[in-house]
Design a protein around this ligand. Structure first.
Ligand code: MN
Length: 705
């Protein structure tokens, strides 16, 4: 039985500063909670987590991964909660244990075809979240399959089948070649015991018989390399795994009786230059087989694997396989993913380095098939807030539940989102707001004329899509606002005979802008176009700068103003009020009457009262100077036949959105005369009220007062 101190010793060999106390505590915790459990072999249960931890040290896993390996069955088998694990061992260990527990519950359909199985492998890796969860799961599986013989045969077969279809290919893609070979060979022996036994026996027969032959061949290569000037090198021979041999018998027709088909040679040298030199030497002494040379140094495998591979024909017509690599490449190939982990003193492993690497995705993106697969139950049970959907190429996308076609499109590329016009979901056309389900295969359909709209914000749930849509819409709105703003400024300036370009040239505009705390001309246009800055106050500031003298209405300037045909400038600075006699509203032609000390009283131009006032003190009020942001009193008079009409009038006006401020009525020659004061915004409102009231039955002589 493996002991915990053995495991700690192993960690110390490759990890500069492991948290040994964490590992030991994990062991004590696991052995306490598993204390009453036995494996089917009759051994105490703790031997299993210990074996898993041992395998993890062979993968050079970090202290947290080892601790999680020791604890990996505690939640599943002893009912301890993840919260407790987190409390005692921290969030990271709890996260890893939780991940292993979750993916252990995957119950997949192994009878699915290869394309579907490929999707399952991807899903499995994506659900694991952290590559360390996969390592623990692989170690768990390896120990389980090593000790499988105690299980009933049908269960053995199922586990072996799952291992060969799902786990061994994942180990392979992670570059864990030793684990992959062992998983395959053990599974193969369970699934096809007779074939496996036959191949094993053949190997046992051929290899010792051929040992002399192998040694002589090695020596020959050694001589050749030395003669050609390669100083430091090592030659190894290795026997292929039984499963991969069997696959080669079936797929490539190799001869199991031929030692050179079952053995491979490996040359390990100091540097990359020597790799290519060795290759050249081998190729110049033996005829290479076309199409069998692979340069994984120039183009490494997605998992980082580097080597030169070639196959040559030796005298006698035998095919021999060579792998050529540096010591460093060899080290990396032996430890797979672990060689990507850099243990630094004090700062063992960066978080980012251990999360699923971006290249891990690319490892899984080797297949180009797409196939609909019913995976709904699997993913919804494990991560209820997420869905897993596939691109037409079979790549997995994880999206929050409720995500739409539009979210999916944005998750791939901003441009794809912006042009998204719908999608083919499992081959059927669906709109952009279609809500996706796990397992959907989504092919986005784009249109050149499509562009993001503000309303799209309601059709997406992902932050990414939201922010991209918002960015686009705001940009678009700014462009429009800029045009409107510029146009508005031009128009307004024209009224004062001012030209925008001249004001820009003379620097007046930028001066006014900075006075108003606006950074650039563009921002000024946008601000005015969006209505954030009032055009009235902007023009006022311009004019202040050009005509520095403030226009104030006082007795001294009165004379001057009387000769002015119209009052120019903003009336806001001047005290104004509306004449009660005629109640002017916005839209009326108006005349101002300059009073002594009470500012200007505004009358309607047709107000009869004006005749009684001094013509010299009246001024014309320009429409643009009329205060607009106001509510005015619209006064209307009408006659009705019955007093009951009053309530009908009020309800009619309310329905139309007008508020009646005051209503009075009196009898007049057996008719009823009604005076109304209604809150209005402008002259048009008054006109429409008059129209509405005239249209009522039993009303007549409706008019403005
Ligand atoms: Mn286990």
């Amino acid at each position: 039985m493996i002991s915990i101190s053995e495991i700690c010793d192993e960690i110390l060999k490759y990890h500069p500063a492991p948290n040994i106390s964490l590992v030991k505590r994990a062991f004590l915790y696991a052995s306490y909670y598993h204390k009453n459990q036995m494996r089917l072999s009759g051994e105490p249960y703790i031997t299993h987590p210990l074996s898993v931890a041992k395998i993890l040290t062979e993968l050079r896993a970090d202290d947290k991964t080892i601790s999680s390996g020791l604890l990996h069955d505690v939640v599943e088998d002893t009912g301890q909660s993840i919260e407790r694990i987190s409390k005692f061992f921290g969030d990271e260990v709890a996260f890893l244990v939780d991940g292993v527990t979750k993916i252990s519950n995957l119950n997949v359909n192994l009878d699915a075809d290869e394309k579907q199985i490929e999707n399952l492998r991807k899903m499995f890796v994506f659900m694991a979240r952290d590559v360390r969860v996969i390592l623990i799961k692989l170690a768990d599986r390896l120990d389980n399959i090593r000790t499988l013989s105690y299980l009933p045969p049908d269960k053995q077969k199922r586990i072996a089948n799952e291992t060969i279809k799902i786990f061994a290919p994942i180990a392979h893609r992670l570059g864990l070649y030793n684990i992959k070979t062992e998983l395959e060979d053990l599974s193969f022996s369970i699934l096809q015991p007779d074939t496996a036994k036959y191949i094993k026996e053949k190997l046992q027969e051929i290899v010792p018989k051929s040992q002399k032959f192998i040694d002589e061949f090695k020596e020959k290569i050694q001589e050749i390399l030395k003669k050609e000037g390669i100083r430091r090198f090592k030659i190894e021979s290795r026997i292929k795994g039984i499963y991969s041999l069997w696959e080669k018998v079936v797929n490539q027709g190799i001869d199991i009786e031929n030692i050179y088909d079952i053995i491979g040679f490996r040359i390990i040298v100091d540097d990359v230059g020597d790799c290519y030199r060795c290759l050249g030497i081998i190729h110049s002494h033996f005829k290479p087989i076309p199409g069998k040379f692979k340069d994984y140094i120039a183009i490494p495998k997605p998992n980082g694997y580097k080597s030169l591979h070639t196959k040559v024909i030796i005298p006698g017509g035998y095919r021999v396989e060579f792998q050529i690599r540096t010591y460093k490449m060899h080290e990396e190939a032996e430890h797979g993913i672990a060689s990507h982990w850099i243990y630094k003193e004090g700062n063992p492993i960066s978080d980012a380095g251990l999360k699923i690497f971006s290249w891990l995705r690319s490892i899984l993106e080797t297949s180009r098939e797409s196939q609909y697969y019913e995976v709904k139950n699997i993913s919804e049970d494990i991560y209820p807030h997420e869905i897993y959907v596939f691109t037409p190429k079979g790549d997995v996308k994880i999206l929050p539940k409720g995500a739409t076609v539009l979210d999916f499109a944005y998750s791939i590329h901003t441009e794809l989102g912006a042009r998204c016009a719908g999608a083919k979901v499992n081959g059927r056309l669906q709109p952009i707001d279609y809500i996706l389900k796990s397992g959907d295969i989504v092919e986005v359909i784009t249109s050149k004329n499509q562009k993001p709209k503000r309303s799209w914000l309601n059709l997406v749930v992902t932050q990414r899509a939201k922010s991209r849509i918002r960015q686009f819409v705001v940009k678009e709105e700014k462009i429009v606002a800029k045009e409107i703003g510029e146009e508005t400024i031009k128009k307004e300036l024209k009224k004062y005979n001012l030209d925008l370009q001249e004001l820009i040239k003379s620097g007046v505009l930028s001066k006014v802008a900075s006075q108003m705390k606006i950074k650039s001309l563009e921002e000024l246009y946008i601000s005015i176009g969006m209505g954030k800055t009032s055009i009235v106050s902007f023009i006022k500031n311009i004019r202040k700068l050009i005509e520095p003298k403030e226009e104030k209405i006082d007795t001294q300037q009165k004379q001057q103003m009387q000769t002015t045909e119209e009052l120019v400038g903003d009336l806001k600075g001047v005290k104004t009020r509306f004449a009660l006699c005629c109640s002017p509203v916005y839209g009326d032609e108006a005349v101002g009457y300059i009073t002594k000390g009470y500012g200007i009283v505004i009358h309607r131009k047709d107000c009869p009262q004006l005749h009684n006032l001094s013509q010299e003190r009246t001024i014309k009020i320009n429409q643009t100077n009329f205060p607009i942001e106001s509510i005015y009193f619209g006064r209307i008079k009408l006659f009705v036949d019955y007093p009951e009409m009053i309530s009908e009038i009020i309800s009619k006006l309310n329905k139309k959105g007008y508020r009646v401020k005051e209503i009075t009525s009196r009898e007049h020659n057996s008719k009823f005369e009604i005076d109304l004061t209604v809150l209005v915004r402008n002259k048009k409102d008054i006109e429409s009220i008059i129209n509405e009231l005239s249209a009522l039955e039993n009303t007549f002589d409706v008019r403005r007062v």
